[in-house]
Design a protein around this ligand. Structure first.
Ligand SMILES: [Zn+2]
Ligand SMILES: [Zn+2]
Length: 426
């Protein structure tokens, strides 16, 4: 085990001489060798984002210090790029071509007229999100298993099924990815929060406003992509939405006095929409995770960009945190399957990996959410400022009340060190 001072490497050849400045020309031969080696293996994620020097290999001094625990330091000090390691829709949902091939024969032989329906979520207090579709009956495979989704232990699960006529979205009227993206955002805007509390809903509110204001900028595009990932992810991943399939009403089934608050989904309609959402998700994931690798380029020294960039990273990491908590509940139910354990590991990796990126924007008690609001250049938008200030209390609630011993260790060690315990007045 190397000593701590051996892991720390500084490229300043004369650290005692006044203000620390890096002089490239003054590198010793050793210093130059070190830089070359670090460049070859790549600085760790934290050091790269913080623009500080990293060790040649192994667990670097910065991460050792931040984690204060060798096991945790090993999880934090990662040198791989996110774009090469992220777990995305392909891992979770499967290869899109293969899933399309399963659907194909069903879509070959449709019959009857094209009937309008509404695929919807809600109504919740704040409203309802709906996607208008046209459906037709299916000749090739006329009966399907309608899945009834109900809420058990706070998560949605298939808790009932009925066999009845199969409906299919009329292929000539399939919505575009953009329309499904809008549906996804509408669902976010009526959501009441998540396993992490009210904070997810408020982050979405902020980002929805931010994206609708001002001129296009790389930061606004990144915020927009963040919302797209959050919205499409819900649609792709089974069991996150209490979807109401309008084609179920076409069956004219007697309404049951079911104890569960159940709604039935046609597997074909759902799969057609999920495939389109997955297509959009695949593209946006690739661009967002590449941008996080070069996050300095996006936010630079701009304080406003640090806040908005931080809000995006927090939204993304909470998306994965919620998945972790859902699958943790799932694994405690009697019908657990091997894939739930794999999913839990995949979500956990992403939650931790994004926490490292977000952690690089936090300095002790100063985080992008608890810092003072800095507006974009141009006229100040007061509503946006208020939306930002609303984040503070549920964020502190998450940091102080909701973090667990076994799933939040990385977030805790990088984000909440020295965090204030009582919210200051804004
Ligand atoms: Zn490092
Ligand atoms: Zn490190």
């Amino acid at each position: 085990m190397p000593k701590l001072h051996e892991l720390l490497c500084t490229f300043d050849t004369n650290p005692d001489s006044g203000p620390r400045k890096r002089k490239r020309s003054a590198f010793s031969l050793d210093g130059r060798k070190k830089v070359r080696k670090v460049r070859e293996s790549g600085a760790c994620v934290s050091c790269r984002l913080r623009k500080i020097s990293c060790s040649e290999n192994g667990i670097c001094g910065h991460c050792n210090k931040a984690a204060n625990n060798p096991q945790l330091a090993k999880q934090i000090c990662l040198r791989n790029k996110l774009k090469d390691t992220y777990v995305g829709v392909k891992e979770i949902f499967g290869k899109l071509d293969e899933r399309r091939a399963v659907l194909d024969p069903i879509l070959q032989s449709l019959t009857g007229s094209s009937v309008p329906i509404l695929l919807s979520v809600g109504p919740f207090g704040a409203g309802r999100a709906a996607l208008p579709l046209n459906v037709m009956r299916c000749n090739a495979s006329p009966v399907c298993r309608w899945k009834g989704l109900g809420k058990i232990n706070g998560i949605f699960l298939t808790c009932d099924s009925v066999y009845d006529e199969r409906y299919v979205v009329d292929p000539s009227t399939l919505p575009s990815v953009d329309e499904i993206d809008r549906f996804g955002r509408n669902i976010l805007s009526i959501s009441r929060g998540s396993h992490s509390g009210e904070i997810t809903r408020l982050l979405d509110d902020f980002l929805l406003s931010y994206c609708s204001l001002g001129s296009s900028s790389p930061l606004r595009q990144f915020s927009d992509s963040t919302l797209k990932i959050a919205g499409l992810n819900n649609i792709v991943c089974y069991g996150y939405l209490h979807l109401r399939d309008g084609s179920f009403d076409l069956l004219n089934r007697p309404s049951t006095e079911n104890a569960f608050d159940t709604s039935y989904i046609s597997p074909t309609v759902h799969e057609q929409i999920r495939l389109l959402a997955a297509e959009g998700l695949e593209r946006v994931e690739e661009s967002v995770f590449s941008e996080i690798d070069a996050f300095n380029k996006l936010i630079g020294a701009n304080k406003h960009a640090r806040i908005v960039g931080g809000i995006c990273l927090l939204r993304l990491l909470l998306l994965y945190r919620d998945r972790v908590f859902r699958d943790r509940i799932r694994l405690h139910l009697p019908t657990q399957k091997l894939r739930h354990r794999t999913r839990l590991e995949q979500w956990t990796f992403m939650y931790k990996r994004l926490s490292i990126a977000y952690g690089a924007l936090c300095r002790d008690s100063n985080s992008p959410i608890t810092t003072k609001w800095v507006a974009e250049e141009g006229p100040e938008n007061h509503e946006l400022k208020l939306q930002f200030q609303r984040l503070r209390s549920p964020y502190l609630d998450l940091c102080n009340e909701k973090l667990t011993q076994d799933h939040d260790d990385v977030f805790k060690s990088l984000v909440t060190r020295g965090k204030e315990t009582t919210p200051k007045k804004p």
